[in-house]
Design a protein around this ligand. Structure first.
Ligand code: PLP
Length: 385
């Protein structure tokens, strides 16, 4: 064999910590609160709708942009929740998960040498996508204070240069569980006003905001929406992460560029799932009831940790709970997460994995999108610490 040597386009990328921790968890019989996915099923009605769509013959290529009924349902939802009008024909595209939407948005607008501001800790797919596009990631670290993690907008403003093409935001935020509030979006508006800077807003946890607080979608802010790609994920909202279906909403001129890349990278997304989702979306109850559903799990998990030496960080959104473990151990986050998995038999994710430079804060992330019995078993083990 003499396979030619391939020079990597992604030198910084190895196996993700999520796959590594999941493998370690199953090897050691640990409760897996690491990787972010539910261990309970979706509603049977959703499966019935998809089944019906397949049997009705919706099994060939759909339109490149997505099944019209689904794009209509998405536009109607955005209008009802956030008061923003997106034309389903020209401003909504169905994607193979939010990850594809994020990567495609980055590829369609970032030119070699363009700078992209990324707020860290950050979801792991942003940086490789920026690198593949030839862009230069410019990380800005969130600050950790009394109210938990916040975005230092003065530092974001200071990171802007004439080469800045895009700012990536994520609210509710993975891994911290923080949410952006109205003053944050006003600050962002002040930074981009009068510039050519675009915004990529990752809102896959849009329906997981707790304590009666509303989700501040960029769609609510016309001055932001006019320059934004807004991304969401049906996998996250409807407990079907394995389906890998999401969508992007953006003004028509941005969407035209997005679709040029989408057309030759993916072309189109699974037809029967799109029809099933379109029918299912007619009822708002599943996403309307989601905050209460997850808030109860969050509170169950937080209450169970109260007697332990973990310090709970605020968890205002997403299905993640971050904890400080300095009262238990001084070791590095990845070592602590491994020790938790192999010795205590509960898997977690080190927050350092979400920083390009591996910053250490003595914090790990647990996922509470689990059955109550799974959470109770994990708590039995964690409460001893
Ligand atoms: C899960 C997740 C995604 C990816 O969603 P998919 O639809 O599974 O591709 C994107 N961004 C964040 C912040 C996530 O947590």
């Amino acid at each position: 064999m003499s396979t030619p040597v391939l020079q990597t386009r992604l030198p910084a990328v190895g196996y993700t910590v999520f796959s590594l921790m999941s493998a370690l968890a199953s090897e050691h019989g640990a409760v897996n609160l690491g990787q972010g996915f539910p261990d309970f099923p979706c509603e049977p009605a959703l499966l019935d709708h998809v089944d019906a769509a397949m049997r009705a013959g919706h099994n060939q290529y759909p339109m490149m942009t997505g099944v019209p009924a689904l794009r209509d349902a998405i536009a109607a939802k955005i209008a009802a929740l956030y008061g923003a009008q997106y034309n389903p024909a020209s401003e909504i595209t169905v994607t193979a998960g939010a990850t594809q939407a994020l990567t495609t948005a980055i590829l369609c607008c970032v030119h070699p040498g363009d700078e992209v501001i990324v707020i860290e800790p950050a979801y792991d797919s942003y940086l490789p996508a920026i690198t593949l596009a030839g862009g230069v990631p410019v990380p800005v670290a969130m600050e950790l204070g009394e109210q938990g993690y916040t975005v230092p907008w003065d530092q974001v403003a200071a990171a802007v240069t004439p080469r800045t093409r895009l700012i990536v935001i994520n609210t509710p935020h993975n891994p911290t569980g923080a949410i952006l509030r109205a003053p944050d979006l006003h600050a962002l508006g002040g930074i981009v006003r009068g510039s050519d800077i675009l915004i990529l807003s990752d809102e896959v946890y849009e329906h997981m905001v707790y304590d009666g607080v509303r989700h501040e979608s960029v769609c609510r802010y016309p001055e932001l929406a006019e320059r934004s790609f807004v991304v969401s994920s049906f996998g996250k909202t409807y407990h079907v992460t394995g389906w890998k279906i999401g969508y992007v909403a953006a003004p028509a001129s941005l969407m035209a560029e997005f679709r040029k890349v989408h057309q030759y990278n993916v072309f189109s997304v699974n037809t029967p799932m799109q029809h099933g989702l379109a029918t299912y979306m007619a009822d708002p109850a599943p996403y309307r009831d989601l905050p209460a559903f997850y808030q109860r799990k969050r509170d169950l998990f937080r209450d169970g940790l109260k007697g332990s030496r973990f310090t709970l960080l605020p968890a205002d959104g997403t299905y993640f709970q971050c904890v400080k473990y300095e009262a238990i151990s001084p070791i590095l986050e990845s070592d602590f997460a491994q020790w938790l998995t192999t010795e205590i038999k509960v898997a977690a994710i080190p927050v350092s994995a979400f920083y390009s430079q591996g910053r250490e804060s003595g914090i790990v992330r647990f996922c509470f999108a689990k059955k109550d019995e799974t959470l109770r078993l994990a708590l039995e083990r964690l409460a001893r610490l």
